[in-house]
Design a protein around this ligand. Structure first.
Ligand code: IPE
Ligand code: IPE
Ligand code: MG
Length: 232
């Protein structure tokens, strides 16, 4: 049976392989991150043109802080640059920006930039673009539990739908399709709760090289999948 949930409402991407992309060219890893950053706008456009309503991009995990300081600093500065360069255009394109993850470890400047971009675009009605930055699935679940406890919610009142409202993804539907570039076949702490029934798609293409043909293949593979959600 061919599935009818097409195009997927929400696609989430683990943008992996920037370091290897640079390595293959004898370039510093940060050049790979820059190339990866440049690929965001065109990929957003491709998915929007296919009718995808929510696109989530995994840009920095809670574990990525353990990378060498210079790489972490480079990634943080790249985030700031991208927000500066892209926010106005995203806004003009009616894109709503959402941040998934922690803000408390970012510098005040970067935190304010991120908040301002989210605030500026919050009423936009086109594609919702979720940027997972300093995001970890386990961290998200722990933070949700802490916030529920802090709000004094009695244990008996907590069910899956209440829990889900306390996640960073509050009003974002679960991803239908999770794509990972770069060839690794793991989730690396991405959307652990939300991806419970997502279709998973792993490809060797490195993130800076991910383009139209790859999107087309991922979507046609998704179209062939039969999602059962435990039913027969
Ligand atoms: C993904 O690319 C970007 C981040 C994790 C920030 P990597 O930097 O992990 O690239 P590889 O996996 O080393 O090639
Ligand atoms: C996952 O990539 C995180 C992002 C793409 C932001 P990693 O390169 O950090 O994942 P591992 O370490 O290979 O699992
Ligand atoms: Mg990697």
């Amino acid at each position: 049976m061919i599935q009818t949930n097409y195009p997927p409402q929400h696609v989430a991407i683990i943008m992996d392989g920037n370091g290897r992309w640079a390595n293959n060219r004898g370039l510093p890893r940060l050049v790979g991150h820059e190339a990866g950053g440049k690929n965001i706008r065109p990929v957003v456009k491709i998915f929007a043109d296919y009718g995808v309503k929510y696109l989530t991009l995994y840009a920095f995990s809670t574990e990525n802080w353990t990378r060498p300081r210079a790489e972490v600093a480079g990634l943080l500065s790249l985030l700031g640059k991208k927000i500066d360069q892209e926010t106005q255009t995203f806004h003009q394109e009616n894109i709503r920006l959402v941040h998934l993850g922690r803000l408390d470890k970012l510098s005040n400047r970067l935190r304010e930039k991120m908040k301002a971009a989210v605030e500026l675009t919050k009423n936009n009605t086109g594609l919702t673009l979720c940027l997972a930055f300093d995001y970890g699935g386990r961290d998200e679940i722990v933070q949700a539990a802490r916030r529920m406890a802090g709000a004094g919610i009695p244990g008996d009142n907590i069910d899956e739908s209440v829990f889900a409202r306390y996640l960073y993804t509050t009003d974002i539907p679960n991803p239908d399709l999770v794509i990972r570039t770069g060839g690794e076949t793991r989730l690396s702490n991405f959307l652990l709760w939300q991806a419970a029934y997502s279709e998973l798609y792993f490809i060797p293409v490195l993130w800076p090289d991910f383009g139209h043909k790859d999107v087309e293949e991922a979507l046609s593979e998704y179209r062939r999948r039969q999602r059962r959600f435990g039913k027969i």
